[in-house]
Ligand binder design. Structure first.
Ligand code: ADP
Ligand code: ZN
Length: 522
C-alpha cells in the first residue's frame, strides 16, 4: 500500500484503515490500472475512486446517474477539505463556467459529471484541455441494457477508453450477476481490467417474505412490534399507494414522508433531507428513491409490492443496516402482485426478447419468494456465490412446512382447463376460486359453471389458501396469467400434474388444510 493513499485516508477522510478490498483496489488504480469493482451497497465503493483521485495528479472525473445527489456528494467532500465540483443540467451557465474554470486551473480533486454531458462536444473538449486523474463510472450496471436500471446515456461511456486510453478507469456497481458483469465488461471495454468481487452477503440483514393480506396494516404491525422509532424505507409500486401508505402511517402515529417522481422537486428534496437528517423517519417511496442515499442507520426496508427482479430487491434491501447493526428486509407479496406484473410485462414496449427477459427476472424473484430453502442461500446463489443456511432469515428461523398440494393443484388446474374451453371469455383467479368453493354469483349462473364437475370440490381450503395455491402454481410455472384481466391458463408443464405424473409441494402459509377450519373457529 502506498503511504500516500493511507495518508489521504487518515487525514482527509479520518478513517484509520481500509476495509475489505479497498486497499487492493486503491493500490491498483493509483498505479494506473483499470478496475471493475463489485461490492454490495454499503461496502464502501466511494473511497475506491476518491482516494486514488486525491493521490493521483489531476482531477478524478466521476460519471454518475445520481444527479439529485451530486450536490450532497460535493458538499460531503468539501466538508472534509477535498476540492470537488459537479456539472449537470440543473446548473445555470454561470455555475457551470465556474466549475469548468476550476477544473482547467487544476483546482479540483473530483468532478462529478452526469452521463448525458459526455454526449456534448463541449464536455469532451473540456476534459481534453484539463488533466484527468482517472474516470470513475459509478452505478456501472446502468450500462446493462437488459438490467433493471438501464440508462441509455451510459452507452456513451465507451468513448472514455477510445479518447483517453491512458487514463485509468474504475467501474463500480452493487449488481453482480454474471450477465450484468459481462455486459459491463463488454460495453465499457473493460476486458483488461482487474475484477474485484467482494462477498455480497449482508449478514446483519434478516430477510423475511410474507404472504400479503392487508399490507399497510402488516407494515404498521411490523413497525410497532419490532421497529418502533426506527428509520426505515417502505417501497410501493405506484405513486398512489405511496401517498396512501404514507398517510396511513402518519394516521397511526408513525412519522412518515412520501417520495415519488410525481412530487414537486422541492418537496422531494425536503423530504429526502428530513429523512437523512432526522431520526426515526419512515420514507414511503417508489424505487425512484434510494440510489446513492447514504444513511447508515436505516433499520428496515419494507416492500409492500413485489420487486421486478432479484437485483432490484437486493439493491433496495441493501439500503438497510449499512452501519452493520441488525436490520430487517421485509416483503409482503401476494397473488395480485404476480397478476399485475405479468400484465405490465405483456403491455410493455419492446420486442419479444425484451419481454422474455423481464419475465425471467420476475420468475427469479418469485422463486425467491416461494422457496422453502434459506433465503440468503438463494439470494447469494443468484449472484453466483455459494453459501450455507444462514440462521438469520425467516425460513431458517422458522422452517416452513410444506404440504402435498398435488390434489389441490389438480382441482385448480382442471377448473382452469375447463374454463379455457370457453372462447372469448376471461376468468381470473377469483372466479376459479368461486367455482372450487361452490360460491354462486351472476357470472357463475350465466356461464352455468355450477354444472362443472369441479364445482364445489375445493371446500377443504379457504379463499385465502386457494389464492396461495394459485400464486405458488404461478411461481412454479404450472399456471400462467394472461391479458388485462389476469386470465388464468395452464402451461405445458401442468399436463404432468393433471396426469398424475408429477407431485406438487406447496409452502404452508396461513394454516394447513384439514385443521384450518377448526383452528380458525378456535
Ligand atoms: P457504497 O457506495 O458501496 O454503497 P459507501 O462508499 O457509501 O458505500 O460507504 C458506505 C459507508 O461506509 C459510508 O458511510 C462510508 O463513510 C463508510 N466507509 C467506507 N469505507 C470505510 C472505511 N475504510 N472505514 C470506515 N468507514 C468506511
Ligand atoms: Zn437463512
Amino acid at each position: 500500500m502506498t503511504t500516500a493513499a493511507l495518508d489521504v485516508l487518515e487525514r482527509t477522510f479520518g478513517y484509520p484503515a481500509f476495509r475489505g478490498q479497498q486497499a487492493e483496489i486503491v493500490d491498483h488504480v493509483v498505479t494506473g490500472g483499470d478496475a471493475l469493482v463489485l461490492m454490495p451497497t454499503g461496502g464502501g465503493k466511494s473511497l475506491c475512486y476518491q482516494v486514488p483521485a486525491l493521490v493521483r495528479e489531476g482531477t478524478g472525473v466521476v460519471i454518475s446517474p445520481l444527479i439529485a445527489l451530486m450536490q450532497d456528494q460535493v458538499d460531503a467532500l468539501t466538508a472534509v477539505g477535498a476540492r470537488a465540483g459537479f456539472l449537470n443540467s440543473t446548473q445555470t451557465s454561470a455555475e457551470r463556467s465556474a466549475v469548468e474554470r476550476a477544473f482547467l486551473a487544476g483546482e479540483l480533486d473530483l468532478l462529478y459529471l452526469a452521463p448525458e454531458r459526455l454526449g456534448t462536444p463541449s464536455a469532451v473538449e473540456l476534459l481534453d484541455r484539463g488533466m484527468v486523474a482517472l474516470f470513475a463510472i459509478d452505478e456501472a450496471h446502468c450500462v446493462a441494457q437488459w438490467g433493471h436500471d438501464f440508462r441509455p446515456d451510459y452507452l456513451r461511456l465507451s468513448v472514455l477508453h477510445e479518447r483517453w486510453p491512458d487514463v485509468p478507469r474504475v467501474a463500480l456497481t452493487a449488481t453482480a450477476t454474471d450477465a450484468t458483469r459481462r455486459e459491463i465488461v463488454e460495453r465499457l471495454d473493460l476486458g483488461e481490467a482487474r475484477q474485484f468481487v467482494s462477498s455480497f452477503d449482508r449478514p446483519n440483514i434478516t430477510y423475511r417474505i410474507e404472504p400479503k393480506s392487508s399490507p399497510v396494516q402488516q407494515l404498521i404491525q411490523l413497525i410497532r412490534t419490532e421497529h418502533d422509532g426506527d428509520a426505515g424505507i417502505a417501497y410501493c409500486l405506484s405513486r398512489a399507494s405511496v401517498e396512501k401508505t404514507a398517510a396511513a402511517l402518519v394516521a397511526a402515529g408513525i412519522p412518515a414522508l412520501p417520495y415519488h417522481a410525481g412530487l414537486d422537486a422541492g418537496v422531494r428534496a425536503a423530504n429526502q433531507s428530513r429523512f437523512l437528517r432526522e431520526d426515526g423517519i419512515v420514507m414511503v417511496a417508489t424505487i425512484a428513491f434510494g440510489m446513492g442515499i447514504d444513511k447508515p442507520d436505516v433499520r428496515f426496508v419494507a416492500h409492500l409490492d413485489l420487486p421486478k427482479s432479484v437485483e432490484g430487491y437486493y439493491q433496495e434491501t441493501g439500503r438497510a443496516g449499512r452501519d452493520g447493526l441488525p436490520s430487517t428486509a421485509w416483503l409482503a407479496y401476494g397473488l395480485q402482485d404476480v397478476v399485475q406484473q405479468r400484465r405490465m410485462i405483456e403491455g410493455s414496449d419492446g420486442d419479444l426478447a425484451h419481454r422474455r427477459n423481464l419475465s425471467a427476472h420476475l420468475d427469479a424473484m418469485l422463486a425467491l419468494c416461494e422457496t422453502i430453502e434459506c433465503r440468503r442461500v438463494r439470494l447469494l446463489a443468484y449472484f453466483g456465490q455459494e453459501s450455507t443456511a444462514c440462521g438469520n432469515c425467516d425460513t431458517c428461523l422458522s422452517p416452513p412446512q410444506s404440504w402435498d398440494g398435488t390434489v389441490a393443484a389438480q382441482k385448480l388446474l382442471s377448473t382452469v382447463v375447463r374454463l379455457e374451453r370457453e372462447r372469448n371469455q376471461r376468468f381470473g383467479a377469483g372466479h376459479h376460486i368461486d367455482i372450487l368453493l361452490g360460491r354462486s354469483n351472476d357470472r357463475v349462473v350465466k356461464g352455468r359453471h355450477d354444472q362443472l364437475s369441479t364445482w364445489g370440490i375445493g371446500t377443504e381450503l379457504s379463499d385465502a389458501e386457494w389464492r396461495g395455491v394459485v400464486r405458488q402454481l404461478l411461481a412454479q410455472g404450472l399456471l400462467a396469467v394472461q391479458g388485462e384481466y389476469g386470465t388464468l391458463a395452464v402451461t405445458d408443464a401442468a399436463a404432468d400434474v393433471l396426469g398424475g405424473r408429477r407431485e406438487v409441494h406447496l409452502r404452508t402459509e396461513v394454516a394447513r388444510p384439514g385443521r384450518t377450519r377448526a383452528a380458525r373457529k378456535a
